[in-house]
Design a protein around this ligand. Sequence first.
Ligand SMILES: C[S@@+](CC[C@H](N)C(=O)[O-])C[C@H]1O[C@@H](n2cnc3c(N)ncnc32)[C@H](O)[C@@H]1O
Length: 259
Amino acid sequence: MMLHSQGNYGTVEYWDERYKKAKKNLFTEWYCGMRELRPLFDPLPRTASIIHIGAGNSQLGFQLYDFGFRSIINVDISPEVIANMQQSKMTLSRQGCEWRVADVTSMAEYGNGQFDISVDKGTLDALMCSAGSAAKVELMFHEISRVLKPDGGLAMFISFGNHMKRLNHLRFGWHVREQTIDKDGRPYHIYHCTRFPARAQRPPTAAECGGAAGADPRPPSPPRAAQGPEDAAAPRSPQEHAQEHAQLSADPCLAAANS
Ligand SMILES: C[S@@+](CC[C@H](N)C(=O)[O-])C[C@H]1O[C@@H](n2cnc3c(N)ncnc32)[C@H](O)[C@@H]1O
């Protein structure tokens, strides 16, 4: 399933309406599922507290629970989908896998440094395809960064956007590593963004950037023109591409991983 530029993917009204039409107890998985994502979670400590951003009616939260994680808060802006998921048998049989309404651009209900890991599949893309995307995305990153532990908190973004369209936004004092996975011949991009403590001012080593299981050793792919309606929020001019490319090559993680 891909996002298209029609519809306002950043509003509660749009998603509530959409989830109202969806059958109860029917799950939807955007992009890819646990089968493809399992290697990303394999190396992570099962004691980690997870916030799953824009969870929708994805089964990922349940599957993370079954994979051994015991503290998972699934949040979504749509009260409709959260109510459905709260009543699901899948939730009732998994204590510690919770569903709550929250807007990722403003998560005052969660404290600074509360979570070890945040996982997003498709919500960054939804905000980037919505009206006023730049401000929303900025707020989203600010909030995710805030609720993550400052010393090694990990934000994972699973996106259809390649680094030319996403990486320049992912600059919140995070060290970023990109990985690509394939689902039915379509590439999806995983951005592993780690918060480092203020004292770690040195550039990260290649091992820190690319040492984890499943790291993509390939150099970043060259810029490509925006291709479809799903690219509506992507910068388009050659100047913007050149600027992004310059920023990309300055990224300490990618530089280390590619040297
Ligand atoms: C493309 S869907 C992805 C759903 C799910 N993560 C998956 O992979 O199947 C985007 C989700 O983000 C939610 N969303 C949109 N804006 C949001 C916001 N500001 N805060 C939290 N969730 C939001 C939508 O309600 C929707 O469920």
